[in-house]
Design a protein around this ligand. Structure first.
Ligand code: ATP
Ligand code: MG
Ligand code: MG
Ligand code: MG
Length: 562
């Protein structure tokens, strides 16, 4: 491709609203342009990188036995009503009416659509297992779209769904896709960890996330320095988004429990210490998080407590107020993430902290509106909450360290959550209808592009790994007005292209300084400069990553690059 014939609008200035490297560089190097908040245009270079990532994804998915389809972005409300998620997904789901006043949504994910396809088309156990995937634009009205492609409101996802007759079959495919994901991110050149994830709003149990290690990551992972253990320390939400109806999750009636606990009892119940409780909680607070402390009946300590935290982040709320926020009673122990950016701590955990932070005297601490056995299962989330840096890892093979991660992939055993709600059944060997067992598997394709840009750059610009780079090499005739340089460059362009190199040639009549600066910014792995020595048949090859330079006879160039 000749640079005069494409669109690579580079910028010298750092765009004001871009605060991380990948966002700045993808804008400056002319890969993307913002169209609206969280909505981006992929310009020619950006599109080529996207294509490269998509091709790797396709190859690995197909190798793992998944088959590509394409589902619609427009999804009718009825499907989401069948699964129940119409009522629980919240404002991230972009909803609208068509001209006949029918309700629709723009797909943030496709469990409903795929379940309806398979429900209609597959009747017998003989046709299972089946894994289908697509690469498609997704819509989520994120509260805070930010960091460019990392958190968009419109973004590209690879989503796959598998259907099974047995948990063993699901396990097998889950393992295969887990391996495919590892291959994909390794081939993208990324430094990543697969971590145990939280089951969140998806309603499943076994789940892993693929995290690119990066300071700008919005997730925090706890990993072992000497073994494979790694987990997202996000809380397992106990009372976040309900999957079915409120009735099924919430206690039928409020129960005033007579449990009276001392702080030691509370902490031993939590298998933690007050110090740990506070430290791990503070660690989890983002700048913009709001921590809602549920006030107990010891108001005297509230101000002190508030002062102990970053005041900006802390709101004090009565149990009644909190019920309004949550729409339910505080049926949980410890800090629980209940809505985006709102973290709730139940009364008793606060008191444990009050005692530790403010040195309150030994009082009784009790649970309000909580029935331990009925309202929650402690084991579901206890181990995540109490992990601290320096602790032994749960597998006993190392020490816990923390790191920030960008979630680029997520694999999930859904079980029968969607098939039961939507009636996706098959007939087993005995002719009996059984709900299909499902898995789902997502990759943020556009987010992966940004994650690569975030991991591979220097002060001068991007440094694309070879297999992801929009072109293999940048061919630069230094002076287009020089007849020899121009001719040599043209001839090399032909020869390289014929040898199947993807070549970007800077045929612009720009100053050398501009061309080199743009070339560093764009970050192709190899630069071939055709300069003064072209008249002697010599060109310069420079490796973007190492800065290594060598002079090569133009006739040996193709062989050298191979
Ligand atoms: P996050 O925790 O970052 O909000 P998620 O857990 O909501 O992501 P999933 O529902 O697991 O996302 O979707 C599958 C993949 O899609 C994610 O692993 C991520 O790589 C990508 N993804 C999700 N939301 C966005 C977004 N707003 N912009 C870009 N990619 C996204
Ligand atoms: Mg999300
Ligand atoms: Mg997530
Ligand atoms: Mg996820």
């Amino acid at each position: 491709m000749k640079q005069s014939q494409t669109l690579i609008p580079t910028m010298r200035e750092v765009p004001a609203d871009a605060d991380i490297k990948s966002h700045q560089l993808l804008l400056r190097a002319g890969f993307i342009r913002q169209s609206a908040s969280g909505v981006y245009n992929f310009l020619p270079l950006g599109k080529r990188v996207l294509n490269k990532v998509e091709e790797i994804v396709r190859e690995e998915m197909e190798a793992a036995g998944a088959v590509e389809i394409l589902m619609p972005t427009l999804q009718q409300a009825e499907l989401w009503q069948e699964s129940g998620r119409w009522y629980t997904y919240g404002p991230e789901l972009m909803r609208f009416h068509d001209r006949h006043n029918r309700e629709f949504a723009l797909g943030p994910t496709h469990e409903e659509v795929i379940t309806s396809i398979v429900r209609d088309e597959i009747k017998s156990y003989k046709r299972l297992p089946l894994t289908l995937y697509q690469i498609q634009t997704k819509f989520r009205d994120e509260k805070r779209p930010r960091f460019g492609l990392l958190r968009g409101r419109e973004f590209i996802m690879k989503d796959a769904y598998s259907f099974h007759t047995s948990p063993d079959s699901l396990d097998e495919v889950y393992q295969k896709l887990f391996q495919a994901y590892s291959n994909i991110f390794r081939r993208c050149g990324l430094n990543f960890r697969a971590v145990i994830a939280d089951s969140g709003a998806m309603g499943g149990k076994d789940t892993h996330e693929f995290m690119v290690l990066s300071e700008v990551g919005e997730d925090t992972i706890a990993y072992s320095d000497t073994s494979d253990y790694a987990a997202n320390i996000e809380m397992a939400p106990v009372i976040t988004q309900y999957e079915k109806s409120d009735e099924e999750v919430l206690p039928k009636e409020k129960v005033e429990t007579p449990h009276v606990k001392t702080i030691e009892e509370v902490c031993s119940f939590l298998k933690t210490t007050p110090e740990k409780c506070i430290k791990s909680l503070l660690f989890k607070l983002d700048e913009e998080d709001v921590l809602v402390l549920v006030r107990g009946d010891h108001e005297v300590n509230d101000i002190k407590l508030k002062n102990a935290f970053n005041a900006k982040n802390v709101e004090l709320a009565s149990p009644e107020d909190t019920e309004k926020v949550l729409g339910c009673s505080i049926g949980s122990l410890g800090p629980v993430q209940c809505k985006e950016n709102i973290k709730i701590i139940a009364d008793h955990a606060i008191k444990a902290m009050v005692n530790s932070v403010c040195g309150a005297n030994e009082e009784g601490y009790h649970f309000i509106h909580v029935n331990v056995e009925k309202d929650f299962k402690v084991d579901e989330f206890i181990d995540i909450r109490t992990i601290l840096e320096g602790d032994p890892s749960p597998d006993g093979k190392g020490t816990i360290r923390f790191a920030k991660g960008i979630e680029v992939g997520h694999v999930f055993k859904l079980g029968t959550r969607y098939s039961e709600a939507m009636g996706a059944t098959y007939l087993d060997e005995n002719g009996k209808a059984q709900p299909m067992i499902m898995g789902c598997y997502g990759i943020g394709v556009s987010r992966t592009v940004a994650a690569i840009a975030e991991q591979f750059n220097d002060d001068r610009g991007l440094i694309w790994p070879k297999q992801i780079s929009p072109y293999d090499l940048h061919l630069i005739p230094v002076n287009m007005k020089d007849e020899t340089q121009r001719t040599v460059a043209e001839e090399l362009y032909e020869a390289l292209t014929e040898s199947r190199f993807q070549v970007l040639m800077d045929d612009r009549k720009e100053r050398a300084g501009v061309k080199f600066a743009d070339s560093d910014l764009i970050g192709l792995p190899i630069r071939v400069t055709v300069g003064k020595k072209a008249s002697e048949g010599i060109v310069e090859v420079k490796i973007r990553n190492s800065g290594e330079v060598l002079e090569v006879n133009r006739n040996d160039l193709v062989a050298t690059l191979h």
